[in-house]
Design a protein around this ligand. Structure first.
Ligand SMILES: NC(=O)c1ccc[n+]([C@@H]2O[C@H](COP(=O)([O-])OP(=O)(O)OC[C@H]3O[C@@H](n4cnc5c(N)ncnc54)[C@H](O)[C@@H]3O)[C@@H](O)[C@H]2O)c1
Length: 278
């Protein structure tokens, strides 16, 4: 898909960050947009930002973790637009928690949104994508390539997205189904993700957020353009940012030895008592 003019694009989590930037970029390139989010206000702002470009834009309130709602959403979008050419399963949340201290509820939350949300979207829209010979984009993370401390839930969800997406790609290819599939692995991108993160309450996560805001300089707009470039080139794996490229190379060159290099650099935040936890 090299030209996005008049293509119908569905984007989940479009109320902020990468999803919003993708929506605005696609609107500027003449696409028709079905945008969704759980955040009504954020979604309204994105729809306003896209409407200026003159194309068809609908905003839908959608919780991607809700299977029944996602299936109904695909039907609704099919009825509203008549076709779907591009689906970006982008909605996501993050969790900063140690394996020992994190709650069961937060683990389920991150899996429900980040993993099940992608599965729901893929299954719900695959018939429409097949009809249009379209393209599926699932957003994983650099943390779908390498493990890191305090990220076990997010790591699990994003590795699962990668496994699921690569299996979908293989299956479609084997069956001769002409749908492109890309798995996106962004490095650290300046968005609201850290501000919406849950945590285990045991450590100084304010410092982690501040460090993220201070040091991350890749914009959501840059990430959006990289994703669309990857779609246009039908790339199976789309890496964004030097940290994603570095991690991809290290994990492939070093195999399990990457654990000493990559994760060894990601020190755990200290606890409020100043003690570095177990
Ligand atoms: N920002 C980064 O550093 C980074 C790095 C790697 C991967 N990612 C991934 O990129 C994607 C986009 O994240 P972002 O950085 O733009 O974050 P963001 O917080 O700015 O945007 C995420 C959007 O998803 C929405 N959302 C959350 N739960 C939802 C649900 N249950 N149903 C529907 N929408 C929901 C939020 O309301 C928000 O609008 C996520 O999948 C994230 O894991 C981000």
């Amino acid at each position: 898909m090299r030209d996005f003019t008049d293509k119908v694009a569905v984007i989940t989590g479009a109320g902020s960050g990468i999803g919003r930037a993708l929506a605005v970029e696609l609107a500027a390139r003449g696409a028709r947009l079905a945008l969704s989010d759980v955040d009504d206000e954020g979604l309204r702002e994105t729809v306003r930002g896209c409407a200026g470009h003159g194309g068809q834009v609908h905003g839908y309130r959608l919780d991607v973790a809700d299977r029944v709602a996602v299936l109904a959403h695909a039907e609704q979008v099919g009825a509203d637009f008549g076709r779907v050419d591009l689906l970006v399963n982008n909605a996501g949340v993050t969790l900063l928690a140690s394996v020992a201290d994190g709650s069961w509820e937060d683990l389920e939350w991150v899996m429900n949104v980040d993993f099940w949300g992608v599965v729901h979207g893929t299954r719900a829209f695959l018939p429409l994508l097949t009809e249009s010979r379209g393209h599926l984009v699932n957003v994983s993370s650099v943390l779908g390539l390498a493990g890191a401390p305090m990220q076990s839930g997010y790591n699990a969800a994003k590795f699962a997205v990668r496994g699921f997406t690569e299996a979908v790609a293989q299956e479609l290819r084997a069956d001769g189904v002409p749908v492109g599939v890309s798995c996106v692995h962004p490095g650290r991108i300046r968005t609201n993700i850290m501000h919406n993160a849950r945590n285990d309450g045991q450590r100084d996560y304010q410092a982690v957020r501040e460090q993220f805001d201070r040091t991350v300089d890749i914009s959501a707009e840059y990430a959006a353009r990289a994703i669309l470039r990857g779609v246009a080139r039908n790339r199976a794996r789309i890496l964004i940012g030097a940290d994603a490229y570095r991690t991809d190379i290290l994990t492939r060159l070093l195999g399990p030895w990457y654990l000493r290099v990559v994760a060894g650099g990601g020190r755990r935040p200290v606890t409020s008592t100043g003690r570095r936890p177990r």
